[in-house]
Design a protein around this ligand. Structure first.
Ligand code: HSE
Length: 321
């Protein structure tokens, strides 16, 4: 077996799950236009003098990680990956992993996906890619499911592959890349409160009315068709959430006030990022993007450690640094 003897570091970007119109089925990787690397970094290298695998935590949010390494998502990645290696007859090496945790958990930015995607991609690169994209994505979805209570790919898929990804379930693939409008800015605002995806899923109805089902299907299909037709106005006019936002908005202080101000500003679309509390708004005008950021800072991102960023789609996804 060939392994990469040098240290491999992989960055995985934040993502907007659902993108309002595609609950559990649509996700978009984003990157701040100012060049900030908004996401987690995982490094893998052979453990020096090591008899046992090791995991070191670093980064701005290392203090929120479990103290026990066996409870860390990157450790789960190692266990899952090693098991898969054994299944193809390869012998796992003793490794030192480092997680640079730069994204707050329960933020609606796909924080757990950032760790899972960076972790599994770093391992796959370290072992010179024994697994295909689809195999890795399946592992990523499984680990994401352990965190949130059910498997969904709307964060891990864009985080890994970049761009906007539509989940498909044809028995062979996990997702399909959807063309997006290059000139759009996606402004995100994180108010520094925690909302667990598991809890935010539990408050959703178990069943939906037929009218909601039809609205969801027609809006998602219409949005995807408008993306292919390059009809920006139509695409964003259809970006509405019938599945989660009506039930989750009550969890978010000042959401409706901020939403009204965004509508007055004339944004193309806006909504909750993933299960919240981060929200987003879309515009194709940089001056308006700056106004949206100011609005978020003034009315939504009110805590000391809250943040907002003007982003564009991150077309690269996870990458070796
Ligand atoms: N699509 C999932 C949800 C995860 O909204 O519950 C989003 O991050």
């Amino acid at each position: 077996m060939t392994v990469n003897q040098s240290k491999i570091s992989v960055f995985a970007p934040v993502s907007i799950g659902n993108v309002s119109v595609g609950f559990d089925n649509l996700g978009l990787a984003v990157a701040p236009v100012d060049g900030t690397l908004l996401g987690d970094i995982v490094s893998a290298e052979l453990a020096i003098n090591g008899q046992k695998d090791q995991l070191i935590n670093q980064g701005a949010y290392q203090n929120i990680l479990p103290t026990n390494k066996e409870d860390n998502l990157v450790w789960y990645c190692l266990l899952e990956f090693n098991q898969a290696l054994k299944q193809i007859g390869q012998v796992p090496q003793v490794l030192q992993l480092t997680l640079e945790k730069n994204i707050p958990i329960c933020s609606g930015l796909g924080s757990s996906a950032c760790s899972v995607v960076a972790g599994l991609t770093a391992l796959n690169e370290f072992y010179n890619k024994p697994f295909s994209d689809q195999q890795l994505l399946t592992m990523m979805g499984t680990l994401e499911g352990k965190m949130s209570g059910s498997i969904h790919y709307d964060n891990v898929a864009p985080c890994y592959l970049g761009g906007m990804q539509l989940m498909i379930d044809d028995g062979q693939n996990v997702c399909h890349s959807i063309p997006l409008f290059d000139d759009c800015y996606w402004v995100i605002g994180f108010p520094n409160i925690e909302i667990s995806t598991k809890m935010a899923r539990e408050i959703l109805p178990k069943q939906y009315a037929r009218a909601d089902l039809i609205a969801y299907g027609s809006h998602l299909a219409g949005f995807i068709a408008a993306c292919y037709a390059k009809n920006k106005q139509q695409a964003f006019a259809l970006m509405k959430d019938f599945v989660a936002e009506p039930y989750r908005k009550g969890l978010l202080d000042n959401f409706e006030t901020t939403q009204q101000k965004l509508l007055k500003l004339g944004v193309l679309a806006q909504g909750i990022s993933g299960s919240g509390p981060t929200i987003f708004a879309v515009t194709d005008n940089l001056l308006q993007a700056e106004k949206i950021k100011q609005l978020f800072d003034q009315f939504y991102c009110l805590n000391e450690n809250s943040f907002s960023h003007i982003c564009k789609a991150d077309q690269q996804g996870a990458r070796v640094l």
